[in-house]
Write a protein that binds this ligand. Sequence first.
Ligand code: XMP
Length: 525
Amino acid sequence: MTQIAHDRLLIIDFGSQVTQLIARRLRELNVYCEIHPFNKVDDAFLASFAPKAVIFSGGPASVFADGAPMPPGAVFGMGVPILGICYGQQVMMHCLGGKVERGHGTAEFGRAYVTPTAAVDPILTGWFDTDDGMGGREQVWMSHGDHVSQIAPGFEVLGTSPNAPFAITADRSRHFYAVQFHPEVHHTPKGAKLYENFVRLAGFKGDWTMGAYREEAIRKIREQVGSEKVICGLSGGVDSSVAAVLIHEAIGDQLTCVFVDHGLLRLGEAEQVVSMFRDTYNIPLIHADESDLFLGALEGVSDPEVKRKTIGRLFIDVFDKHAKSVGGAKFLAQGTLYPDVIESVSFSGGPSVTIKSHHNVGGLPEKMGMKLVEPLRELFKDEVRALGRELGLPPAFIGRHPFPGPGLAIRCPGEITREKLDILRRADAVYIDQIRKHGLYDDIWQAFAAILPMKTVGVMGDGRTYDYALALRAVTSVDGMTADYYPFSHDFLGETATRIINEVQGVNRVFYDCTSKPPGTIELE
Ligand code: XMP
């Protein structure tokens, strides 16, 4: 287990989609925490982890289900503060002698308002102000079917909502707190304050910083890798670049980067990446032009999951080949981020639904006999950027919009052809140029063009055209987990559509995608 000099908080994961957001809120408070799945946390683990406080996450299960996830028995006797969230509250009450009931019309999903039922406790400092326009109540985000119907002995109610009479409960003497809502999500505006109060009550000093993360990550990489060789897949995006620079700092020339040009990159991208890594960072780099291999395998494929899996499989084959060429690399490094993980498998092995098979997640086939080094696996995008700044990467590079591993393949719904990719590349370059010229690049989290699987009729000059339609996408986001479309002005959209159609042969129509995430995803596939 990790040995850390900082105070440690343990998050016991019961499988919620948003467990990692709890960790994020804590890191914002400079608190070191680790997430471990409930089925890996037993009494012995607790004793060796020695947390200063524990949080029980939410989760999809019901305490009534056979084999319902439970915390280890010893946790309540450790004398440390505990905070239970949603399922975490229910399981806490269940274990400590309270009662949980099935929904029966009392389920709550989405926004709810909590009002205080007792004098404001220190866990709620900053809540229920009467002068903030909320009339002494607070907005929270609920998502529960079951609910607590009787609190455990020693607990009292601090806040209530119309469908959750025990929305906020506390056993003040033991510092056990339990809430029915999710304070970690943005839709609970004062949720961060609740975590701040909790860690303050638990005595955390707030000494966990990105500098500390860097040192710790370097130490872990050295420990994991020893004197073995590592190859790192560079995609040209910020994540794999930050991972490469971090690993290079840890193990120097034991690292070789492999930049796979799958023929699905943006205009001029391969040249930029190769020059930055070879010339600026002096990191050994193999530039593998494998576009024929990838595009050949993708010919005629239009199913999004088949595309992703094909690309993932070929990446692994190509890495395998190059790992052998650098003389037996034992490790493969990847810039996998937390959002990649949560949408592919549950971060900590618990139950979580698959939305997309991200090409860089899921482990390596046995045949490769390589182990993964993924130093960014617990970080969100903006935290990776902070780490990149910490490592001294150029600000313009760190500020680049994310680019997915499967590249333009997932921006080309339907069949992929070289002709479509070529049109897409040129249109995307015009779109990004427009965004930069209007000074909007840094306000947008990610922007790109996608080529649609349809042709439409147009008229140019005095002639008929029958050309491709493009979709433009631009979103704001904090971490890629949720996103909203960017509200361009009509003038900007009109000017951009005109430029693209004038400058890129093969396009005669441009749409703007106004879908948020959810219900959409950021990429089209
Ligand atoms: P979605 O489309 O899932 O995208 O809303 C969220 C963020 O992840 C990026 N993305 C990927 N990144 N491998 C990656 O490295 C992938 O397979 C992948 N799929 C999506 C996407 O560009 C967005 O920033």
